[in-house]
Design a protein around this ligand. Sequence first.
Ligand code: PLP
Length: 408
Amino acid sequence: MTFDVNQIRADFPVLQREVRPGVPVVYLDSTATAQKPLAVLQAMEEYYRRSNANIHRGVHTLAEEATALYEQAREKIARFINAPSSRQVIYTRNTTEAINLVAYSWARTHLSAGDLVILTEMEHHSNLVPWHMLAMERGIRLEFIPVTESGLLDLETYRQLLEQAPKLVAFTHMSNVLGTINPAEEIIRLAHQAGAVTLLDGAQSVPHFAVDVQALDVDFLAFSAHKMCGPTGIGVLYGKADLLEAMPPFLGGGDMIREVKLRAFKPNTLPHKFEAGTPAIAEAVGLGAACDYLTDVGMDAIAAHEHEITAYALERLEEIPGVKLFGPSAEHKGGVAAFTLEGVHPHDVAQILDQDGIAVRAGHHCAQPLHEKFHIPATSRASFYLYSTKEEVDKLVQGIYKVKKYFG
Ligand code: PLP
């Protein structure tokens, strides 16, 4: 399939709408959540129209169909990230819950006072707070790979930190603010040499370029469906089989058990051991459809398109007097442009852009420590995906000139 952005845009109903009469939406907030193609909406609707039933427990036709659809989606996800087996794909609510699952189940089994966990200064709160909680509860130590002025990880300091024999290295594959794509393979290889387990936050990588868990040799990978054209309410934790097998359950309840007595239970096998209660079935079906959609378009083509749009956006934004961009140059970066505009609060920028239908986000983007590092409380952030166009970037640039005029 050749990459045709107009053809792709036609797949996304939201992109056809106007936010006000005559004002089409210019959606530049895909880092927060991506829009959904018809294929995903239809797969979910079809599930509810034809096959809705609870899974795993029924013998009737609808229950069997629902179970098959739910498990087929798991197979699609496994293929999408090249997992050796779909047993290693655990459904969660989102990236945040996937990271918390590792923090509760793996880390509370393996870490005790004084053990070191290495994070980075560019983490989203979802890969900070679970470790803060463990530090408070268990007295584990946290160290951070610093972020350089140009928005890259300082790998020299990382090598030095590794000499302290960390138990876990947990880091984001791509920053949701700087857009930095971190050298995951190298970070994981070095962590393994130092004897540490690795957790990759793939919330911003899995949607945007091909992520192969076996090539990366990563121990755990977390990501969210809603950022990759799928629905909200479902995410994934991938883990290496031996680690997952040895981990205790996270939540207790139906489905995660093989047997229950009044005073005891035996946990289920993988992946069900970690999926207590009725799961997000339609959402799993939607995520499976999103994997199919992205695969059909081609992850390499998506990455190439986003690279072109991002490079163009950085070039155009840089030309605007008063705009300061954060993060590295386009070669190290995914589709994110976080910026400040001199003399104008980022929220005001976002609000005025909205008058022209331009959707950008303003704030600390759940990465407060990173903003503190750069001595700013907030940024405005435009972000791009497979359906973004250069015309939209042009509208953003015009919009920023309008903001400047407004604020004199
Ligand atoms: N990690 C990164 C890098 C993110 O950008 C996000 C969301 O923006 C998350 C984690 C959390 O994702 P979710 O809210 O879907 O759990």
